[in-house]
Design a protein around this ligand. Structure first.
Ligand code: GDP
Ligand code: MN
Length: 396
């Protein structure tokens, strides 16, 4: 699950991470009030107006603008709120902006030049450990930095038995070329960010840029967070931050029915019980010349209701040309599932795409019989090979 920049910053700040202060607003009037409040609290008279969408690269797309007066705040926020913001990360259709973050300007002049850094913490799949990544090339596209100037990316891997060590953080701050107050600030910035990362069960926290202000404080100007969905049950505060307007409508509906669903680009809808079987099924669809339209795991206790919810979801996808149901009857019996499929089929009515049902396990034959005798346009298959053949036939 992802959250907005303003939520990420509030979360970081609760762990002691310094941030650029801001207030979220969903109308130009509220943006103005937010700016007035920031002015009273911080003395700032310049503000940045930042579109809140679940995508980066907003600056490049015109979603981050500097306002040098309260009038500017109102004008700019009325331009940004409601706009369809296209950034390198949104795809060509862009994303609708529902709210802006009105933040204090933090690039003010002073004893030293403000300087942007890159800091992130993530679960590194290769080492199977948490990694802290930092760079002097803040504010830039980090993938590009990694490709063109990999020597400018510094990585520290954390040993899970020991946790983050002080020397590792000092090493990072030193490699970023910091000294004095800014060095100490960066050390506590990274330590607190690491606490936040662990505390909220994140798989990624990214601050780009982390800014060294002209008075040598280190603060988060941007914030990106990915939370491990499997940990949400113990992260109620994060779960409350969910903004369904930012999520795929199919996935939102799937969650409401407790289905494990990921939308894909192909033409064969699939409904499977168990994640491993679902992966194997998708491979099989590929091998038989199709392309999976989705990943859908209905879970161990699939019943008529879950089967129906899954069916409805798959059928809403206009790309779907065939549906493959692949259920292993372990806990659930195949005849039960078959009845569920037939019932769901009748309830939904007028299904145009062919459905192939492969039932294996307890009472598989009874299940196949129920499907065959139902009189519906449902093909039964018992072996995986038969099912693959059927998919090939119906796609031909
Ligand atoms: P992103 O483009 O979606 O990554 O959004 P960011 O939050 O990183 O903001 C984009 C850019 O806006 C930053 O890299 C800064 O250069 C600029 N920016 C952000 N805050 C301020 C600010 O307070 N003052 C000024 N002058 N620029 C800012
Ligand atoms: Mn950024």
């Amino acid at each position: 699950m992802n959250i907005h920049e303003y939520q990420a910053k509030e979360t970081f700040n609760a762990y002691g991470v310094g941030i650029q202060r801001g207030i979220v607003a969903d109308t130009p009037e509220k943006a103005l009030e937010a700016a007035q409040k920031l002015n009273a609290d911080t003395g700032t008279s310049w503000y940045v107006i930042k579109a809140q969408i679940h995508a980066g690269g907003r600056g490049k797309g015109g979603g981050v603008k500097l306002a040098k007066s309260l009038d500017d705040v109102k004008t700019i926020s009325s331009q940004i709120i409601g706009m369809q913001l296209v950034t390198p990360q949104t795809g060509p259709e862009g994303k609708k902006v529902h709210q802006v973050l009105v933040a204090e300007d933090v690039y003010y002049p002073g004893e030293s030049e403000p300087k942007e850094f890159y800091v992130s913490i993530l679960l590194d799949r290769q080492s199977g450990r948490n990694a802290i990544i930092a760079s002097t090339e803040g504010g830039m596209d980090i993938e590009e930095v990694a490709e063109k100037t990999p020597e400018k990316i510094i990585t520290e891997i954390i040993d899970p038995k020991i946790g983050l060590r002080d020397f590792q953080v000092r090493k990072l701050a030193f490699a970023l070329g910091l000294e004095g107050k800014a060095f100490k600030e960066m050390v506590s910035f990274i330590k607190n960010l690491y606490k936040a990362y662990e505390g909220i069960d994140a798989s990624l926290v990214e601050v780009n840029p982390a800014l060294k202000t002209s008075d040598n404080r280190i603060i988060a100007v941007d914030g990106k967070v990915n939370i491990d969905d499997n940990a949400l049950y113990r992260q109620p505060k994060i779960e409350e931050m969910r903004d369904e307007r930012e999520e795929d409508p199919f996935e939102v509906e799937a969650r409401a029915s407790h289905l494990n669903y990921v939308k894909l680009e192909g033409n064969v809808g699939c409904m499977v019980n168990g994640a491993g079987l679902a992966m194997a099924t998708m491979d099989m669809i590929k091998l038989s010349g199709g392309d999976p339209a989705n990943f859908l795991d209905v879970g161990g206790g699939a019943n008529a209701k879950t089967v129906e919810a899954g069916f409805r979801l798959i059928l809403k996808d206009p790309n779907v040309k065939a549906i493959l149901i692949n259920i292993f009857g372990g806990i659930v019996r195949c005849d039960r599932v078959a009845n569920g499929v037939v019932e769901a089929y009748k309830n939904i009515g007028d299904i145009q795409v062919p459905i192939i049902v492969r039932l294996q396990g307890t009472n598989a034959e009874e299940g196949a019989k129920i499907i065959d005798e139902s009189g519906l346009k449902v093909y039964s298959a018992i072996s995986l090979k038969e099912a693959a053949e059927r998919v090939k036939q119906v796609l031909a």
